[in-house]
Design a protein around this ligand. Sequence first.
Ligand SMILES: [Ca+2]
Ligand SMILES: [Ca+2]
Ligand SMILES: [Ca+2]
Ligand SMILES: [Ca+2]
Length: 474
Amino acid sequence: MKTRILIGTFAAAGLALGVGQMTAIAVPGDGGTSDSQAPGTDVIVGAINGVSNYGTNTVGGVALYGYAFGTTSCNIGTAVLRWSQASSFHPVIPQNCYRIKNGRIEQIGMSWMKYGFCALQESLCMTCQSGGVGCGSSQSTLGIGCSDPYGSSLNGTQSGLGPRSHVNASTGYFPGDTSTEIGTWPAMPNGQSLIARRIQIKADDLNPTLNVGAVYLAEAQYVHPDDAAANNDNNNASYIKVTVAASGYAMALSGSTFQQKPAIYHWAQVVPTVAYSVVDAPDGRFIVGYNTSVNPNGTTHYEYAIYNFNSDASGSSFSVPIANGVTVTNATFKDISYHSNEVYDGTDWTITNSAGVLKWQCTQTFAQNVNANALRFGTLYNFAFDANTVGVAGSTSLGLFKTAGSIAVPGLVPAAFCRIGDLDCNGVVDGADLGTMLSAWGPCPGGTPGCAGDLDRDTAVSGSDLGTLLANWG
Ligand SMILES: [Ca+2]
Ligand SMILES: [Ca+2]
Ligand SMILES: [Ca+2]
Ligand SMILES: [Ca+2]
């Protein structure tokens, strides 16, 4: 297990971390680019270079479309990256798709992982230095500065796609020899020859008439034990915008690859008020995006998207503090479905609101089911709700699955709701509030309206305010 210590700065003032909780430093907007030219091996996705559109199979009455994206890796580090399919020392490559629509980002598809087997020595990201051995040897490597392209059809070849459950994304390790490993993979389901193991997306998530104004994104990540051991794995995902055709929902790449940033960072490009908290469990990173907006009925809508970048410990709960007098409505949860006989469960998390905590929780603990629906690496889950008060800076909490403990996550939480006259906001109008009012009697300091006790905001604490307080007594 490796430990990371992050040093960063808060973008928003007044965010507080819970003492005694794990390292949690906000580094909004940094997708890991600061890792470039780090010591040791450092693989990144230099480019998403193409897309294969495979068409559709229907599973359980739902039409699903299959996709794969080509990826060009770069070794931007200072040491060669091992690339032997006869050992654990080669990359595995999971892929994802996301959609930004109506103010929220959702993961709408995920693939199994391409098992890397051979590295060319090209120069996409920088000049390739000699030293890479290339293909066909148990000593194969990706040299310093070198790049290696995998076309989309290669990344979509089903016989070379293994289950995510076989990898530890924190250490980068998976069972070693690929030829032996393949025999342990779950068989492909019948009737899914076009979509099995590939990115699968529901037709309704692609249909243009159901998704007006939607922005689609494709993301790929490299997982490798050398890169993880060098602590250079927080820059291993890149993304690109994609378009979806009305006919057959064929995808096409749009623009350039956003290097070294997972797709969740595009949310703020579309919704500028989105903010991020980057938090680290002892074994890996989570990126939490959050935003509030005003509902037509005046209540506040809260959106949280939590992306597990590379923590094997994984997430199992998410908690938001609910202050006095706050009414919560419409709390929702959204995950992404595993497929192709992957062993993970898909049961939605429960939602409770009691004792001042709104909490989403995986239905089983690690002790109960190691394959429960934890928030695992390379996945993004949504947590949303409405409240009758606006968001203020506060601390939410992300509980871990495989290990004990939780991570404090700075975010926006509902402000306390105070009754008129309840100056200390403790739920009752009584002598304490009256005392506060009387001690503030007279003009507001500086003539500012709304000072403590100035209930009618006429810049003075006076008889009219006292009358209002007494009318709300109790
Ligand atoms: Ca890296
Ligand atoms: Ca589910
Ligand atoms: Ca009170
Ligand atoms: Ca007044």
